[in-house]
Design a binder for this molecule. Sequence first.
Ligand code: GLP
Length: 247
Amino acid sequence: MVRPRVEVRLDEGAVAVAAVDIVERVVALNPHAVLALPTGRTPIAFYAELVERERTGRIELSQVRSFNLDEWVGIPSTHPATYARFMEEQLFSRLRNRPTACYIPDGTAADLDAECARYEIAIREASGFDLAVLGIGNNGHIGFNEPGTPFDARTHVAEVALVTRQNNAYSFPDGQPPSRAITVGIATILDSRSILLLATGASKAAVLERALAGPVDSQIPASVLQRHPDVVIIADVAASACLSRKL
Ligand code: GLP
């Protein structure tokens, strides 16, 4: 088994630089690359770095297609906490040239299962992800694939774990995130040609150690990345504090 490669960087800013270096290489080799993109606090510096390089002409994203990993169910795209809004604010509206297509699941769809199927088909028609950029939840989730999610799951409606809702309460004016979200499934993520997981801050140290050094276990969804042949983890010093030098 090829182990995920772990790169440790000093801080969030250095993680962002190293992560965008990888995106830059992928897009230079294939300007039509298909990217899976995350949300949350972790990728904010990553998007700032990506915007900076795009605006200064170091990277061209206009022919890229992007798929967001997930979206809350039941809140309109105008709501400040939607991932659609997050992506506009952190990335798309700040670029000189937006990607050809930027897909985000529609959490307001009348038929959510049909929306999940539609999203999965769109990913398949794009030939899957060349690079999936992931964060990691404090309980080891990737996207909104919470502990216990089967590894063969495709895009689906997920029940969001209580701890995840608590961790995301900050972005909701009423402090109450929805209990459901649409997420790209674990199997869809594992189909990616390459995977890049970003982890910053001391709160991720224990779960990162369990995901990388523990057994592959659906209770720690990110542990399944051990089975993928091309995974890079970029973590800051704080998030990598529990990792042994052997990794
Ligand atoms: C959220 C998102 C995930 C994200 C994770 C970590 O719930 N659904 O895609 O990776 O939590 O978020 P943060 O970076 O804010 O710690």
